[in-house]
Design a protein around this ligand. Sequence first.
Ligand code: FDA
Length: 349
Amino acid sequence: SSCHALKTVLGNGQKSSAEPITKGGNHMLSKLIVAMTLRMPKWFVRWVSRRYVAGSTLEDAVRVMQRLESENACFTVDVLGEEISTMDEANFFLEEYMRVMNAIVENDIDANLSIKPTAFGLLIDEKKGFENIESLVREAAVHDMFVRLDMEDHRVTTDTIQAVLKLHKIGLTNVGTVLQGRLHRTLNDVEEVEIALGAMADYRICKGIYLEPEDISYTSRSDIRKATNEAIKDALAKGAYVGIASHDQPVVDYSLKTLEELEMGPGQPDPRPNAGVARKGKGPGYEFQMLLGVCGPLRRKLAKKGHRTRVYIPYGEMWYEYSIRRLQENPTIGLQVAKAFLMPWSNRP
Ligand code: FDA
């Protein structure tokens, strides 16, 4: 099996206290996939991962983006890394993201940045972690580039949202966070951010990759889907910019229906009376987002209809360790990757 998409999917690899929730046969199969992956030679894992990870270097990421430009896609770049334990390691990420920013500008690529707040040190030293994030966002503002704070597990949900509000407060508005449909708190977060930022609110909304405890999150597939749909609808109705980040056809269909109800769509300005001003690199109030290597046909279909589609591009030296760890934390990803690998027609890149 293969891991990687999973890494794609984020986190800096720090442990979540959440318990796995897969059930029955799926649970057994997931465990088997994890056990098998740990025994596979690294070259094999790398071969499978090529689809989900742009490569180990920034040059690899640039090459992949240049190739996908022809599919009318824009991008967000994620530097993969292992769990950090010292603030020195946070410097690596800050410097690497500065290089990414320069490469995007030099190569004139339609891309922005996705960062993991904990990789910048937010859990080790909140003040210094925030300062690191601030210096990146400040530099990005010079290039009119947007920075997305990925959402990690529930230990950092509040801190991540607060970091975004704080950045806006000091005049850095080229930044937004991710909300996870599976968390019970999400609709309250939409409310709170709207009060603080009004039409400047800018989210990526996804289901959430972390298996969180059931007292704070939905755990069944249908509840998670329903809550994710609601969050997307609520944020759009409140005038926020929404990156709809899902490969799940029912979520995409529900979003398209909601956009139609709000009279939003491709090739026309955002008609919502409560919407913010259009920003560089953004769609008319919304965009669709997908992971590299996942559900390409669906993404290309949306792009053909004129919707703005953004591909999440992970790269980095630590692709192997990172992927294995993500797979251990959420084995269900292994099932999806195995399915994509064994039944390629079911999920083309
Ligand atoms: P679902 O899991 O039902 O997947 C639908 C179908 O898509 C599957 O049947 C399969 O075919 C395919 N698929 C989905 N994920 C796959 C994978 N990894 N590998 C192979 N096939 C896959 N989460 C989070 O907690 N914080 C974050 O910041 C982000 N950021 C983020 C950015 C972007 C651009 C995307 C697309 C997703 C995220 N996520 C995330 C992950 C997200 O929360 C969620 O776990 C995955 O997108 C899977 O959920 P779907 O909505 O795609 O549905």
